[in-house]
Design a binder for this molecule. Structure first.
Ligand code: GLU
Length: 449
């Protein structure tokens, strides 16, 4: 018999931000479906009307798209009330479920009508493709509620109906859903649905091995987006949280992961989320971007007040690219460096106290004046956009003879306005000859008062 085409789904509830755990589950479902040439479905599980919002749904879908996890189908449960109603009626009709009139949980004085499944009280054994056989005695579940009314079905019921109608072959989800599975299997049996294969993924843990939560730091995907993590890095790191490719290679693209992905290397134990490792992946993916891609990505992080036209901003970033590639883990670091840090000099005129120009061994700031003037003469001989090496060669002999700190300290401050910055050769290579001369002129004027 030919195997059925693979169908997987991610079923987020739009009751909060897209959690990185959900993003990981989505990714694994995507990889499995794509690896097998199957179908990947995104389903918005918005049956909890009080807590679900359009905003969260939009954010979740945008997050999945940002990661590149394109869905073949999308639907939302709130559009399918009549489908669930038909199935509930059929179950009531054939006696596998019944309407129960009972006191409301919220207010025992009020009587409500709920729909309960007639539990067969048996032991359910299902095979989890990662964990092997799992058995539950369902007796203790009793005749559990599957709908608050014919038009208000509960989560377990809608999941089963949807997976059945969508012909989902593999339910891949977090380990926290294992205990829901027996209930869902009882419902499947009642509606005559085939049982899908189950894959429960290990939980994502904090470094102390407790379940990762807000108190450990960011858990929403958008927080990582705002920090300047690249989608490629998020995909790469999340894929390796609980799964391994089997070899020594760690850095993968989504396409490579799709080719390699199998269920074999999913681990049973929890996967520890390590922010340092995550940053390492981000840096690796930053390094692999082309200059043009990196310039575009960085531009989105340039604070508005430092932005000129796109072309101007691109030109400044282009000159900073070697520096950025060398030391950046997240693009937010670049933004911070522009606002107040190592990259500010490239975007705004420095603002500093004249006394900062004084080299620590000099008794007086006035000694910096002739040195800055001599440095300016040497810089004037450079091409308009020199390389850092060209600047170094032009200044080195003079700095050696006059004293390195004596020359390079005031020069660096004149160019950057900061006690700490890149070396003056790099600063001039980024700023260009004319801008550098202009800043040195300003520094001289400050000293001359
Ligand atoms: N809506 C459930 C959740 O957000 C997912 C249910 C499932 O994957 O079966 O956790």
């Amino acid at each position: 018999m030919e195997a059925k085409p693979v169908v997987t789904r991610i079923a987020p509830s739009p009751t909060g931000h897209l959690h990185i755990g959900t993003a990981r589950t989505a990714l694994i479902n995507y990889l499995y479906a794509r690896h097998h040439g199957g179908t990947f479905i995104v389903r918005s599980e918005d049956t909890d009307r009080a807590r679900s919002t359009k905003e969260f749904e939009t954010e979740i879908l945008a997050g999945l798209e940002w990661l590149g996890l394109e869905a073949d189908q999308f639907y939302r449960q709130s559009d399918r009330t009549s489908i669930y109603k038909n199935h509930l009626e059929a179950l009531i009709e054939n006696g596998t479920a019944y309407v129960s009139r009972e006191p409301s949980k919220q207010d025992p004085a009020v009587e409500v009508e709920v729909v309960r499944l007639k539990n067969q009280n048996k032991i359910i054994t299902f095979t989890d493709l990662v964990r092997g056989d799992i058995s539950f005695d369902t007796t203790e579940l009793g005749d559990f509620v599957i709908a608050r009314s014919l038009t208000d079905p509960l989560y377990h019921f809608t999941v089963v109906v949807d997976d059945f109608l969508s012909e989902v072959t593999h339910v891949i989800r977090g380990e926290d859903h294992i205990s829901n599975t027996p209930r869902q299997i009882l419902i499947q049996e009642a509606i005559g649905a085939q049982r899908p294969d189950y894959v429960h993924l290990p939980l994502i843990l904090a470094p102390d091995r407790s379940k990762l939560s807000k108190r450990h730091g960011a858990v929403a995907l958008r927080e990582y987006q705002n920090e300047g993590f690249l989608p490629e890095a998020v995909v790469n790191y999340l894929a390796l949280l609980g799964w391994s490719a089997g070899g020594a290679q760690e850095v993968f693209s989504l396409t490579e992961l799709t080719k390699l992905f199998t269920l074999d290397h999913i681990q049973k134990g929890g996967a520890v989320f390590d922010i340092e490792k995550f940053k390492w992946f981000n840096r690796e993916h930053i390094r692999r971007m082309s200059d043009a891609e990196l310039i575009d990505a960085v531009r989105d992080f340039v604070p508005v007040e430092y932005r000129g036209t796109d072309a101007d901003t691109n030109a400044v970033i282009a000159r900073l690219i070697p520096l950025i590639r060398e030391r950046t883990y997240t693009l937010k670091e670049v933004a911070d460096g522009i606002s107040d840090g190592e990259y500010s000099f490239a975007f705004a005129e420095p603002d500093y106290d004249t006394s900062l120009l004084k080299w620590k061994k000099d008794p007086d700031v006035s000694l910096a004046l002739p040195r800055l003037k001599r440095a300016m003469e040497l810089i004037s001989l450079l091409p308009e956009m020199p390389t850092a090496d060209e600047v170094r060669s032009a200044l080195w002999d003079y700095a050696e003879s006059e004293g390195r700190g004596e020359v390079l300290w005031p020069l660096r401050v004149a160019l950057s306005g900061r006690a700490q910055s890149a070396d003056p050769f790099t600063l001039i290579a980024v700023l260009g000859r004319e801008k550098a001369k202009q800043r040195i002129t300003v520094a001289c004027a400050k000293i001359e008062g």
